[in-house]
Write a protein that binds this ligand. Structure first.
Ligand SMILES: C[S@@+](CC[C@H](N)C(=O)[O-])C[C@H]1O[C@@H](n2cnc3c(N)ncnc32)[C@H](O)[C@@H]1O
Length: 257
């Protein structure tokens, strides 16, 4: 199947925010989280090769390489990939980066992987669900037999219940970031208001993208219907117990038997 209809909009959203992405979501913090996760995955499963799809600026790809894996990152946004390559270089790690959507996997990769990661709420960018099916199929084809797909996304069951619009307010240097939602059923629009305070007057810029709030029950079903087995559900990358009302995130681990 071809790429999802909103892919051009997604790529341009991330290309536009790429230079500020690591200020909004501090790279070092994500890297540490990634190293913890991959260390745990290596304890539980055989993981020596890993594909990070929707890799963004590469925190999880670099974490995998630092944990001794042969790591490949893939993304649709060229500027995010450029940031990922820079981050890998400054961490002195060897990782391979390719321009590919999740729907286009296995793309022209001529290898399969022990693990495929799809982290940081990338899945909700892919809709309608026939495109998500195609993306999950691509992930499955990219896995070796016995390999694992690891997905994290926000816990939309709780988000849709609480319907809180402000997601986060943070500052980094001269920049302030206000992240907020518009609930437009069945979608959730994700907005980032960036305010630059470096001049005499603040300068603001609004970036928005539309997401589909896939819930954990749907994700489990889609994984099952794509042929994955032994689907495990956690409350985040720390392998905590998932609570539909209280967990902020969902982590799904599914096996290609
Ligand atoms: C919220 S960021 C997460 C980045 C990274 N995984 C992390 O945890 O920091 C989502 C990323 O997914 C990418 N993306 C969006 N739709 C995609 C698709 N269909 N295929 C591959 N990547 C996609 C975006 O370009 C962006 O870099």
């Amino acid at each position: 199947m071809s790429n999802s209809p909103n892919q051009t909009a997604n790529a341009s959203f991330y290309n536009n925010i790429s230079s500020l992405y690591d200020s909004m979501f501090p790279f070092e913090k994500l890297l540490k989280k990634g190293e913890k996760l991959i260390t745990e995955l290596k304890k539980r499963f055989m993981v020596s090769t890993l594909l990070d799809t929707g890799c963004g600026t590469g925190a999880y790809t670099v974490a995998a390489a630092r944990c001794g894996c042969k790591a490949t990152g893939a993304d649709i946004a060229e500027e995010m990939l450029a940031g990922a390559k820079k981050n890998a270089e400054s961490c002195n790690t060897a990782a391979n980066f390719i321009l590919s959507s999740m729907e286009a996997l296995p793309c022209n990769l001529d290898e399969t992987f022990d693990a495929v990661l799809c982290m940081g709420n990338t899945v909700p960018h892919i809709f309608p669900d026939e495109y998500l099916f195609s993306a999950l199929k691509g992930c499955r084809q990219s896995l070796s037999t016995g390999g694992h797909l690891i997905i994290t996304l926000l816990n939309y069951a709780a988000i849709l219940k609480k319907r809180e619009r402000i997601v986060g307010i943070s500052k980094s240097g001269d920049y302030e970031f206000i992240r907020f939602y518009d609930f437009e059923d069945p979608y959730v629009n994700f907005n980032i208001m960036t305010i630059n305070w470096s001049g005499q007057k603040p300068v603001s810029h609004l970036s928005s993208t539309r997401l589909f709030p896939y819930q954990y029950t749907e994700m489990k079903k889609y994984l099952h219907d794509t042929g994955f087995e032994k689907i495990e559900l956690y409350g985040g990358t720390d392998f905590s117990k998932f609570s539909p009302d209280n967990s902020s995130h969902v982590m799904l681990i599914a096996e290609r038997s």
